[in-house]
Design a protein around this ligand. Structure first.
Ligand code: ZN
Length: 420
């Protein structure tokens, strides 16, 4: 591929990509029914971590937590080609990427992201100059390769036009939020007198599995909040963060809520996957959200033990559980409404009340069936502990202010409903 063909056909390609995204809106119907799979540990492929000298004074690095880059070459004077591969297969098609680029002299380059056979591009590129503040790549600098793919399908590769200089440019699939960012956020939050941090276990590679305890009530009425089982699902994490910060505010309703309910939050359930730059799995090569029946992975076994000990120790109950994720759109996966847990009707009422705050917004609700394997977090919370549970999915591209608002409104409405 020559770079000038990109420029020449850019308008056409933008039009095609708009068409693609619209069609995707109508075609994508949510995830397939989940299948029972073995969650016994499998090997993962580690990345070669290094600074790549591409020649021509251009350098690239994946030497940081959360990075993913499996190969990169200078294809010609103006084109860099990168290869992104997963930690193992089979795997959900959510190719995460993150790396840094710089150049001794200022130059504009095209960067092409390629994947292995059968994998399509998913995440719209984000750029940063400091690894902390991120912006979407300008759409005039984004090009999808639609040759040879069916109408409406995702592109197999994409290209972006970048301005390189000595000033490091970070390129990533979503905002880079690794274990260090999250542990720091936990510590900030734990400065409040009614919030504390406890370690409930360790990941396979020995990273702490922290739980935030919010409120000083006895443990009779409990709530569990989970996030980042799936490493790239940053938008779910951002909604969880807004949700938890709202619950932690010093308003009278919030205080009443905290007196009545103890909220436990695990903001980072898969720290190894996040720091290793995984697409989906933990360091045991397993999708953690399929391990809630067999508990083969230490991260999930730790949560199970924590919940069991809490219920055994206090005689209390879990009333509500929420697990934050990301997908192509905002979706609520709920337990079948015919089934009654410890607070029947809570989740439907919560979604209805939230909807009143967003009059033009049609919530996408997908109730679970009555049969089917009980292998996900929300199934475990509901079928084992009676917690009214919901998987709260945020879109990959949902505007960040709206994600924050949704997280806050969810917390506000939950407190109003559960305190009354
Ligand atoms: Zn997920």
């Amino acid at each position: 591929m020559k770079h000038y063909s990109l420029t020449k056909f850019s308008i056409g390609i933008i039009a095609i990509s708009l068409l693609w995204s619209c069609q995707q809106d109508t075609q994508w119907k949510g995830q397939e029914p989940i299948q029972r799979v073995s969650t016994l540990t499998k090997p993962i492929q580690l990345q070669l971590k290094k600074t790549f000298d591409l020649g021509d004074g251009i350098y690239c690095s994946n030497e940081f937590d959360g990075a993913r880059l499996n190969g990169i070459v200078l294809s010609n004077d103006t084109l860099i080609t990168a290869l992104i591969t997963p930690e193992n297969t089979p795997i959900n098609g959510s190719p995460w990427y993150a790396f840094k680029l710089w150049s001794k002299s200022e130059k504009n380059m095209y960067l092409k992201l390629t994947y292995l056979e059968g994998v399509s591009h998913r995440y719209y590129p984000k750029l940063s100059r400091d690894g902390i503040n991120w912006d979407n790549l300008d759409s005039t600098n984004f090009f999808t390769d639609t040759t040879g793919i069916a109408n409406g399908a995702s592109p197999k590769s994409i290209s972006m036009k970048l301005s390189l200089s000595e000033d490091t440019l970070w390129v990533a699939a979503q905002e880079l939020i690794t274990s260090q960012h999250i542990y720091k956020w936990e510590q900030e939050l734990a400065k409040k007198p009614y919030i504390s941090i406890h370690k409930i276990g360790e990941s396979r590679e020995g990273r702490p599995l922290n739980i935030l305890k919010i409120g000083n009530s006895n443990d009779q009425k409990m709530i569990l909040v989970l996030s980042r089982q799936h490493p790239p699902e940053v938008t779910g994490y951002l909604a969880m963060k807004a949700f938890v910060e709202k619950l932690s505010e010093d308003q009278s309703l919030n205080q009443k809520f905290r007196e009545k309910y103890k909220t436990f939050v695990i903001p980072l359930l898969n720290p190894d996957g996040v720091d290793l730059g995984h697409w989906r799995h933990n360091a045991g090569g397993i999708d953690l959200n399929r391990d809630w029946e067999t508990f083969n992975q230490p991260e999930i076994a730790a949560v199970k033990a924590f919940m069991e000990n809490k219920v055994k120790g206090s005689g209390g109950k879990f009333y509500f559980g929420v697990d934050f994720h990301s997908t192509f759109h905002d979706i609520y996966y709920t337990i079948n409404p015919e089934l009654k847990g410890n607070m029947p009707g809570l989740v439907p009422e919560l979604i209805t009340e939230m909807g009143k705050e967003f009059p033009d917004y049609q919530p996408n609700i997908r109730p679970g069936g009555l049969d089917g394997p009980k292998i996900s977090s929300t199934s475990f919370m509901f079928y084992t502990f009676g917690a009214e549970a919901v998987t709260f999915e945020l879109g990959d591209n949902t505007p960040r202010p709206f994600i924050k608002q949704k997280g806050e409104v969810a917390a506000q409405k939950l407190m109003e409903i559960m305190v009354k």
